[in-house]
Design a protein around this ligand. Structure first.
Ligand code: CP
Length: 307
């Protein structure tokens, strides 16, 4: 496809190719020799209807490092506030001959809808509770750099699974690549379709973490818990917050991940988040730039030349 809308549906060779290319960009970024003209003359627009620090900034950096003209549309000061619809906003950007449209939206499926209406290649930067594909790619690259592989690894994804597009994209990617994925959380935050996802479900945190190679923590998405049960921070931390005691049952060389933004003292103890050898949270952000460069690179090769 000319778009990146989801991890679901990608085949193992596609994912492996993306990760290999991202690894080469990670090495280039560290050496300071990033290629600069692959996207010369191309326009990338970041269209974020939800807040972001990491994803928006890293798409901007990735686009600029590859030579694109990057526009960050500020939705809060745009004509969306005057009632312009998502599709009319997209048509307006389309008329400006945008080549790559990176979109984050609270509604699941919004990027897929847009992809049918615009000429640009559309990249999903997170849609509702559906998917966040570039997050799963950067997580997989980080895991592969530490463990050398994805196949056969035990990965425990913990916390608010129901509302997490990060969890969904990671589940699709990791199960496709042969990892053994566990989801761990309170019954109220385990999705009803968990069985279909090919994962093992745990409601006891230590049982879910026992022998894990990778422990991936998630933020409690209070903004998506309208009308449902919202656990208190203290209660959640006691049963499902990652601290030294709970982490002790995972493998001694297991790594700790978090997509960010973190709520310290809610889903993760500060001492674990900042652990010098176990936490790879900073590296996840670094790999985010490399993975987004790889995605832009691959999609740009499929763009028509004469737009
Ligand atoms: N992980 C992630 O998507 O972070 P942002 O919301 O800051 O982009």
């Amino acid at each position: 496809s000319k778009h990146l809308l989801a991890i679901e549906g990608l085949e193992p060779p596609h994912i492996a190719d993306l990760l290999d290319l991202a690894e080469s960009y990670a090495l280039l970024n560290r050496s300071g020799k990033t290629q600069r003209d692959l996207l010369k003359g191309r326009t990338l627009i970041n269209l974020f209807f939800e807040d972001s620090t990491r994803t928006r900034t890293s798409f901007e950096l990735a686009g600029k490092r590859l030579g694109a003209d990057v526009i960050n549309m500020s939705v809060s000061t745009s004509s969306v506030n005057k009632g312009e619809t998502l599709l009319d906003t997209a048509s307006t950007l389309n008329a400006m001959q945008c080549d790559l449209l990176v979109i984050r939206h609270a509604q699941s499926g919004a990027p897929a809808l847009l992809s049918q209406k615009v000429d640009a290649a559309v990249i999903n930067a997170g849609d509702g509770t559906h998917e966040h594909p570039t997050q799963a790619l950067l997580d997989a690259l980080t895991i592969r750099r530490h463990k050398g592989r994805l196949e056969g690894l035990v990965v425990a994804i913990c916390g608010d699974i129901t509302h997490s597009r990060v969890a969904r994209s990671n589940i699709h990617l990791l199960t496709t690549m042969g990892s053994r994925v566990r989801i761990v959380g309170p019954p109220t935050l385990i999705p009803a379709d968990a069985a279909r996802l090919g994962v093992e479900v745990f409601t006891d945190m230590k049982a879910g973490l026992a022998g894990a190679d990778v422990v991936m923590m998630l933020r409690l998405q209070r903004e998506r818990m309208v009308g449902g049960l919202v656990p208190s921070a203290r209660e959640f931390f006691r049963f499902y917050g990652l601290d030294a005691d709970k982490l002790a049952v995972a493998k001694p060389d297991s790594i700790v991940m978090h997509p960010g933004p973190m709520n310290r003292g809610v889903e993760i103890d500060s001492a674990i988040a900042d652990h010098p050898t176990r936490s790879v949270i900073g590296e996840q952000v670094e790999m985010g730039v490399a993975c987004r460069m790889a995605v832009l690179d691959i999609l740009a090769r499929r763009l028509p030349r004469n737009r």
